[in-house]
Design a protein around this ligand. Structure first.
Ligand SMILES: Nc1ncnc2c1ncn2[C@@H]1O[C@H](COP(=O)(O)OP(=O)(O)O)[C@@H](O)[C@H]1O
Ligand SMILES: [Mg+2]
Length: 228
């Protein structure tokens, strides 16, 4: 992946996307191949890779602000600096006014924004996201996808997102890596040439350049779904 790229890994359920992400995160060992971040081999979890999981891994006993600042606390970042960064990312993910709320007071979409902000706040080199919007309703999902695009523009982060959702992959990815069924292997790479500032659902659905690529990916994935 190149710097600032948004890569989407898409493939049928059970093909090994989560497994791949966990390997990249350093949470699972691998037998073949190499994983490197800026030329440095991955040997375990590290602060260069920020992970956002499907289930919001946020702490129920901490407020929104203290959840977002949690990684910085662990890194020993001084309080003043922590406050400043937390404020910045609370704004970025649209949670201003909710700083002192607890997770149980938030919707699913808001919880996932907290998880996203917490990971971004720790300033990783690359963000790894595993089906981050799978647990929210369809409308919220679309909103969060547009927000993630906005955040990608604002932070210029390198992001790798895995999803079984073809629309999501095509909407967000600069490149979409399509995987085969299990054991998942790279089947095709589809490049989406749509500028980030034009990735708005209302517009892309009317853009043949988008729908053609999306349908191409859909066919590639559908061919892998076995009727069991
Ligand atoms: N290359 C592989 N060979 C054998 N089993 C695999 C492989 N990749 C994944 N699995 C297994 O398949 C199951 C589903 O994998 P998972 O990564 O959760 O898929 P996905 O996230 O794409 O739905 C897991 O039990 C995992 O251990
Ligand atoms: Mg998975």
């Amino acid at each position: 992946m190149y710097d600032g790229e948004f890569a989407a890994v898409v493939g049928p359920s059970g093909c090994g996307k989560t497994t791949l992400l966990n390997i990249l995160a350093g949470l699972l060992p691998y037998r073949h191949g190499t994983v490197q971040v800026d030329g440095v081999p991955v040997k375990g979890p590290g602060s260069d890779r920020g992970v956002v999981f499907q289930e919001h891994a946020i702490l129920p006993w901490r407020t929104v602000a203290r959840n977002i600042g949690h990684g910085l606390e662990l890194q020993g970042v001084p309080r003043q600096e922590r406050r400043r960064r937390v404020r910045e990312f609370v704004e970025l993910v649209g949670l201003a006014g909710f700083e002192e709320r607890y997770p149980h007071e938030l919707s699913g979409g808001m919880k996932q924004r907290v998880a996203l902000a917490r990971t971004l706040c720790a300033n990783p080199v690359i963000m790894l996201m595993d089906e981050p919007f799978a647990a929210v309703d369809a409308q919220t999902r679309i909103t969060l996808q547009e927000e993630l695009n906005r955040i990608a523009i604002a932070t210029r982060k390198t992001i790798l997102l895995v999803t079984h959702n073809v629309d999501e992959a095509a909407f967000l990815g600069d490149r979409c890596f399509v995987f085969t069924r299990r054991p998942g292997r790279l089947k095709a790479t589809v490049t989406i040439h749509i500028p980030r500032d034009r990735r708005i659902w209302k517009e892309v659905v009317a853009d043949p350049a988008f729908t053609a690529r999306r349908d191409e990916i859909l066919e590639l994935v559908r061919a892998e779904v076995r009727v069991e």
